[in-house]
Design a protein around this ligand. Structure first.
Ligand code: PHE
Length: 381
């Protein structure tokens, strides 16, 4: 920086000559005009208005001039800088407007376009029905329990009091995965004697639930089960059962009946009754078949030819499933003292429930996976 200078020599301050200042201004204006975008304009701004730009450097020279020359040079530089800043602001505004207009076009969203070309699927009505049933029991304090679909013969039969030659074993047509001999060399759980089957019912989960927990036990066990049936309108080799098990002190058949009646009313409406018919299952004693009053005719079609009912075939009752008090032998197999505890169990298939609850006429519709079947049931979550 020059010291105050008495003998002013214009040659020493070339940078402050009017032509020089004009040139600097014009170069700046040309650079702004040439900037094609905001980034380029920013570079031009730094080059022409920044602390090391020619005009800023020239400005610094002013201080070294004698008063008269200082005023003139100050005015020249000031005007040039003013013009440069104004041009910069104008170009900035122009380029920003251009950018905004471009972004509006490029990023426009056409809200009238189809938003999704993949049609929404639907949950299977068996899944939603199963969850509804679980909810009824969870609300009563039950816990949802699950077990394996590939099960040992021990859990599927032996622990449930099916003797080795018990005709009940043949009663359920079983898919064998591994015979006894093969399973012996493997590590089948339960018993070294045990073969491996696709479970024929959800009752083995009763045993697993009792082994896993200390009484009292209140579990609801939904799951897929397998039997060697042909697929037709009323049979499928894979179907879904829900099993109920309660073990506590002092439970009786009355508790069983009250519990099922509550489920029936939750699913089908108030005021419906249930009835028990004697039956036999090796794992319950006494055992019964459980029917619910037909929720369409409410029993009025029975013996009344003037009022036929398709839902219950004019029986007045709909068969739900098997039930009974847990056989003490099963309690013992699961390590529970039958002197202290008693329990009830109930098992039913929900495909049939879905059939009469929603007038599904062919069971095959439930397994074919066609969304035209599932969609009308709606998107129940
Ligand atoms: N597991 C039996 C079946 O599949 C049903 C059942 C469950 C019966 C619980 C009594 C108690 O047929």
């Amino acid at each position: 920086m020059s010291a105050p200078n008495k003998s002013y020599d214009p040659v020493e301050v070339e940078a402050l000559k009017p032509e020089e200042i004009e040139r600097m201004r014009d170069e700046a204006l040309a650079a702004f005009a040439a900037a094609g975008g905001l980034d380029a304009l920013h570079e031009a701004k730094v080059a022409h208005t920044g602390p090391t730009s020619p005009l800023s450097l020239a400005n610094r020279e002013i201080g070294a001039l004698p008063p008269q020359a200082k005023a003139e040079a100050g005015k020249r530089v000031g005007m040039a800088r003013g013009a440069v800043n104004k041009a910069l602001a104008a170009r900035q505004a122009e380029l920003e407007a251009e950018r905004d207009a471009r972004v509006l076009v490029e990023e426009a969203v056409d809200v009238t376009l189809p938003h999704d070309r993949l049609p929404a699927g639907a949950r299977h009505p068996l899944t939603t029905l199963c969850e509804r049933i679980e909810d009824v029991f969870v609300a009563m304090g039950y816990e949802v329990a699950e077990g394996p679909e590939v099960e040992t013969e021990w859990f599927n039969f032996d622990a449930l009091n099916f003797g080795p030659d018990h005709p009940a074993r043949a009663m359920q047509d079983t898919f064998f995965v591994q015979g006894k001999a093969a399973a012996d060399s493997g590590s089948a759980a339960g018993s070294a004697e045990s073969g491996v089957v696709l479970r024929t019912h959800t009752s083995p989960v009763q045993v697993r639930a009792m082994l896993d927990r200390e009484p009292p036990v209140y579990v609801v066990c939904p799951g897929r089960v397998y039997r060697t049936d042909e697929l037709d309108a009323t049979h499928t080799p894979v179907f879904t059962q829900v099993e109920l098990l309660a073990i506590d002190e002092g439970l009786t058949m009355a508790d069983l009946k009250g519990t099922i009646e509550h489920m029936v009313r939750s699913l089908f409406g108030e005021g419906l009754t249930t009835r028990l018919r004697p039956n036999y299952f090796p794992f319950t004693e006494p055992s019964a078949e459980l029917d619910m009053q037909c929720y369409v005719c409410r029993g009025e079609s029975a013996g009344n030819p003037d009022r036929p009912c398709r839902t219950c075939s004019s029986e007045g009752w709909i068969e739900l499933g098997g039930c009974g008090m847990v056989n003490p032998r099963v309690l013992i197999a699961a390590g529970i003292d039958p002197e202290k505890y008693s329990g009830f169990a109930f098992g039913f298939g929900i495909e049939r429930l879905l059939m009469f609850r929603h007038n599904v006429e062919d069971m095959r519709d439930m397994v074919e996976g066609d969304v035209r079947f599932t969609r009308p049931f709606g998107m129940e979550i």
